[in-house]
Design a protein around this ligand. Structure first.
Ligand SMILES: [Zn+2]
Length: 143
């Protein structure tokens, strides 16, 4: 797993790499899949285009198909809580797991369900359910 900080402010956010790696392995990921994962902490001003090519309102993260999870560090201090960043981390890494499990199926589901509202897409529902299930495990701290 590689962790990148795209700006100095984002360096306030700390990911416990060792515990998070153990968690991913316990969730059935291989060491190779964990090694290929990139986590990028990026500064974000309210709204902008996500690196995955979409434009969401107030995104907290996104998964760029391949191996990169982006986590956005917002300027509003009240939004920058460890719980929110952690929840986004769990949600986005679930997309990486979906993709790693079956890349062709992942792409097919994206295409098939792209006209559904965001919250009704099965891959999103699965990612939200995963984050809800594990949100008590905190891997993020902010100084
Ligand atoms: Zn998602």
């Amino acid at each position: 797993m590689r962790i990148y900080y795209d700006c100095d402010v984002a360096r306030r956010v700390y990911l416990d790499r060792e515990r998070f790696t153990a968690f991913l392995i316990s969730q059935g990921m291989t060491e190779q899949q964990v090694n290929r994962l990139n986590i990028r902490f990026q500064w974000m001003l309210k709204e902008r285009d996500c690196p995955d090519g979409h434009n969401y309102k107030n995104p907290h993260g996104c998964y760029k198909y391949g191996s990169t999870v982006y986590l956005f560090v917002h300027e509003e201090v009240q939004r920058l809580t460890p719980q929110r960043v952690n929840y986004a981390l769990l949600h986005e890494v679930r997309h990486y797991m979906q993709h790693a499990r079956d890349a062709a199926g992942f792409q097919q589901l994206l295409d098939e369900w792209k006209d559904l509202p965001y919250r009704q897409r099965p891959l999103e529902q699965d990612a939200f359910a995963f984050a809800d299930q594990h949100k008590d495990q905190q891997f993020i701290t902010i100084d």
